[in-house]
Design a protein around this ligand. Structure first.
Ligand code: PEP
Ligand code: MN
Length: 298
């Protein structure tokens, strides 16, 4: 009652059920369960509110400055290399993506690599090349942010800010991005549940930024033939529980180019709002993720 909730009491034979009615998002279940008289605490409603379809039944459509959107009736197709590597590479890929009439261009400038000895991305120079590609093609650009130090610069320089799988629960970063007005492409963590993922979206939205696009990119399973396992159920589940658009990344899900087409088809059939696909002009010599990159001939 101190939390401004109504309490409904059901007296049973061996136990009493207390039903909390009201906004329970801020209720700490652990605090209730440490009371020695409490046997069990169950959440009936989801712990997220702004991302929840219950409070926002219509689908969210994220609009970008030049009339491109994600969500709604049109499939968004985003493509580009894992990393921006050079002006020659990026210009060539960007031109091809523009010719194909795709929605946005992707390209990593700050790369989260498993090994500290692997190519870490071009950093600020990569952001400059992304901006040049945007000027040349008119297509919006999406790129991954790794540090809270770069939030201001990203807000100025890019159209969509990507939060990678490894940073899905970097709550400081999520909070700062919530203070911007840029659309955020929030990838699902490597081993995160759908509820944890939607709670991360809630972190961004709770700070005032409603423009979140979710991206399923495969989760860790025991299967070794693929890099990750695309969780296709994420599409209908997210649609059930949230109004946010969801796109699929078949490239990081599979880690191999021959799976990109079937997984893309499955994603569209399941109702995804878009695809984000790694594409390179010379996959054999890509500095990152060449094996999963498609090219003109694939
Ligand atoms: C990426 O998109 O380049 C990337 C690193 O993806 P993820 O965070 O899904 O691994
Ligand atoms: Mn990649």
């Amino acid at each position: 009652k101190e939390l401004d909730l109504d309490v409904g009491i059901t007296n049973g034979v061996g136990c009493t059920i207390l039903g909390l009615v009201g906004d329970t998002t801020a209720v700490d279940m652990d605090k209730i369960s440490i009371n020695p008289h409490v046997e069990r605490v169950m959440r009936v409603t989801e712990p997220y509110k702004k991302a929840n379809r219950k409070y926002h039944p219509e689908d969210t459509v994220i609009e970008l400055s030049n009339g491109r959107s994600v969500g709604g009736n049109r499939l968004a197709v985003i493509a580009g290399p894992c990393s921006v590597e050079s002006a020659e590479q990026f210009d060539e890929v960007a031109e091809c993506i523009a010719d194909l009439g795709l929605t946005w261009i992707r390209g990593g400038a700050f790369k989260p690599r498993t090994s500290p000895y692997a190519f870490q991305g071009m950093g600020n120079d990569g952001i400059r090349l992304l901006q040049e590609a945007k000027e040349a093609t008119g297509l919006p650009i999406v790129t991954e942010i790794m540090s809270t130090d770069n939030v201001e610069m990203f807000e100025m320089c890019v159209d969509v800010i990507q939060v990678g799988a490894r940073n899905m629960q970097n709550f400081d970063l999520l909070k700062q991005l919530g203070k911007t007005s840029k659309p955020i492409l929030l990838k699902r963590g490597l081993s995160s549940t759908i509820e944890e993922w939607l709670m991360s979206a809630e972190y961004i939205m709770a700070e005032g930024n409603p423009n979140v696009v979710l991206c399923e990119r495969g989760i860790r399973t025991f299967e070794k033939l693929i890099r990750n396992n695309l969780d296709i159920s994420a599409v209908p589940l997210v649609k059930m529980f949230s109004h946010l658009p969801i796109i699929i990344d078949p490239s990081h899900a599979a880690g191999r180019r021959d799976m990109v087409q079937p997984l893309s088809r499955a994603a569209i059939a399941a109702g995804a709002d878009g695809l984000i696909i790694e594409a390179h002009n010379d996959p054999a010599h890509a500095l990152c993720d060449g094996a999963q990159s498609v090219s003109y001939t694939h």
